[in-house]
Write a protein that binds this ligand. Structure first.
Ligand code: SAH
Length: 352
């Protein structure tokens, strides 16, 4: 409760050992309070009446019964001297040792950050994030954690993966709770397993909180389901980071012909090669495609094409980040043009 209150201009006295109380101290200061702290019950007993007079709120960290005894003594002192003890709130202690939490942040809106992800961010002393995550709200979600942008940003290179892993381990070894906040799910084209591996190898406690992957959520933002009864009964996530081989194009074309959906991430740069490769592999010219750009942002945009019109440049204006969907499910998308939505099923010949 304390952590959500506006404490501007208030004085808060935090009772608790420094390491356990660090999260409460940080969040209280971030909420606008003047913060003082007392780290032992005996120090509280020695605090002069005058020092307590200006306090608006007492925050007791952890469940050590010695604090309860000290508070009872404080009440007795107050009764004798004619003052009342400030309002007392109880806060849980921060984790005793360092740890790493890999959090899937979802496709970029806090609406799609999980409850577990939010809880981890509230615990965090340090957050290493990139910009496909809901990073814009981090100050509010963490309340004063150190925020480090390790992704690509204008005029800056991304921090190399090996360095990110070093930073995670170094912060955890320094006793901090460090959250690695990633876009989507950490284990879908996210290098999450490498970060988990670095933590395991270093012997640092680590946990993973999955996220809502853009591979499913971004098509959904355009009402495109990645599977749909009688239209698609399997779905394949493809990385478009590097161009695919002819054998891979054949394989993927076969999956779509067999009733599947392809969802391509990081595919804007290799879109032309993919379309050409799928055509060479014999994919039907009428196969529908959609590109959903900037899912969940205010300038989200969806463009529809067929393999044939895509080859003529219908998707050429797409920019990253975008998710490409290939297969019959595309016809179900919001505002899909009639000539695509109502076309004869490219694969089975059925009329939708
Ligand atoms: N781990 C992430 C994917 C990382 S790869 C996940 O599970 O979502 C980065 C790619 O994700 C981008 O190139 C783009 O294809 C896709 N992506 C992530 N967020 C997106 C968004 N809000 N809108 C469109 N594409 C997005």
């Amino acid at each position: 409760m304390l952590l959500d209150a506006d404490l501007t201009g208030r004085t808060v006295l935090v009772l608790g050992e420094a390491h356990a109380a660090r999260r409460v101290l940080r969040r209280t200061a971030a909420a606008g309070a003047a913060v003082r702290s007392v780290t032992t019950p005996s120090a509280l007993a020695k605090l002069p009446d005058g020092a307590i007079a200006g306090v608006d709120l007492l925050a007791v960290v952890g469940d050590d019964p010695a604090w309860q005894t000290a508070l009872e003594a404080l009440h007795a002192r107050g009764r004798r001297a004619g003052w009342t003890v400030p309002l007392v709130v109880r806060e849980s202690a921060a984790a005793p040792g360092g740890q790493i939490i890999l959090v899937g942040g979802g496709p970029g809106t806090t609406e799609l950050l999980t409850v577990g992800g939010r809880a981890a961010l509230r615990e965090a002393d340090v957050v290493l994030y990139d910009r496909l995550s809901p990073w814009e709200d981090l100050a509010e979600l963490t309340g004063g954690a150190e925020l480090v942008d390790v992704g690509k940003r204008p005029g800056h290179h991304a921090v190399p993966q090996s360095r990110i892993q070093e930073l995670l381990v170094d912060h955890a070894r320094a006793g901090k709770t460090v959250v690695r906040l990633k876009g989507g799910d950490p284990f879908v084209f996210g290098r999450g397993r490498e970060e988990l591996g670095a933590a395991l190898e270093a012997g640092v406690p680590v946990s993973v909180i999955p996220g809502v992957t853009s591979a499913v959520a971004v098509p959904a933002a355009a009402d495109i389901p990645v599977t749909h009864r009688e239209r698609s009964h399997m779905v394949t996530f493809v990385s478009g980071h590097a161009p695919l081989s002819d054998a891979e194009h054949h394989h993927l074309a076969g999956l779509v012909t067999g009733g599947g959906t392809l969802v391509v991430l990081m595919g804007v740069g290799t879109l032309n090669q993919l379309v050409a490769g799928l055509r060479r592999a014999g994919m039907a010219a009428r196969t529908p495609l959609a590109v959903v750009e900037r899912g969940y942002r205010i300038d989200q945009a969806t463009t529809y094409a067929t393999l044939e019109t895509a080859a003529r440049g219908a998707l050429a204006g797409a920019t990253s980040p975008a998710v490409l969907v290939v297969g019959e499910v595309v016809r179900l998308g919001r505002d899909c043009p009639d000539e695509i939505a109502l076309a004869v099923d490219a694969v089975t010949g059925a009329v939708p």
